[in-house]
Design a protein around this ligand. Structure first.
Ligand SMILES: [Zn+2]
Length: 208
């Protein structure tokens, strides 16, 4: 669906106050009441003009932010023959947004995803798709990298897989220790990236 059609559908839904997806037995109407309660708990009046449509907007935003639950990572792995290709394949600085499972607050940053093929490759955009599937869920940063490299090793069977993530966490910037500008870096290395210094060094040099 193109953006324009999606935007129109979104406007129509807000106008009709009628998102349609019932999840785990909770209807959109029940969810709206729950979000109204949350607004009251925060200390505001959910019936004032600026907040009246907020529950439905939150439901819509969550459908997008958490769309990763409805997608199967296995679907990404249409592989292609690439006999003789045995050098580093790296998609770097892929921007992404996720949501920390401890505070339900955003964290965002960039991912670098790499593998060294074993005669099979996947379309390069599929690496970004895999990241979307796992980041659009309640997450911790460390797990996103692990899930991506686990899937690469399982479905593509490369010589090695790596995922390095650099993120700023809203829950650390705006609350708690309040450290503006800090970034957390995590890496998940499998196969030759873990066992061979030369493969790991090449990767680190390329993503610098
Ligand atoms: Zn958090």
């Amino acid at each position: 669906m193109n953006e324009d059609a999606d935007y129109k559908r979104h406007k129509k839904m807000i106008k009709e106050n009628n998102p349609t997806i019932t999840i785990d037995g909770i209807s959109p109407d029940e969810m709206r009441l729950i979000i109204r309660t949350i607004i009251s708990y925060i200390g505001d009046d959910p019936s004032r003009e600026g907040l009246i449509e907020t529950p439905i907007r939150v439901i819509k935003a969550w459908q997008e932010l958490f769309s990763g639950y409805n997608q199967n990572p296995e679907d990404v792995f249409k592989t292609f023959d690439a006999a003789g290709c045995d050098q580093l394949i790296l998609l770097k600085e892929i921007p992404f947004v996720s949501c920390c499972e401890h505070h339900i607050m955003e964290f965002s940053g960039a991912a670098h995803i790499a593998y060294i093929p074993n005669d099979r490759v996947i379309g390069v955009s599929k690496l970004a798709r895999l990241l979307e599937i796992y980041s659009r869920r309640l997450q911790i940063q460390e797990r996103i990298g692990e899930q991506i490299t686990n899937d690469l090793m399982k479905y593509l069977k490369p010589k090695g897989a790596a995922c390095v993530l650099e993120c700023s966490h809203t829950c650390m910037i705006s609350r708690g220790i309040k450290k503006q500008g800090s970034k957390m870096v995590t890496s998940s290395l499998k196969g030759c990236f873990l066992n061979e210094d030369s493969a790991r060094m090449e990767l680190m040099m390329r993503i610098k």
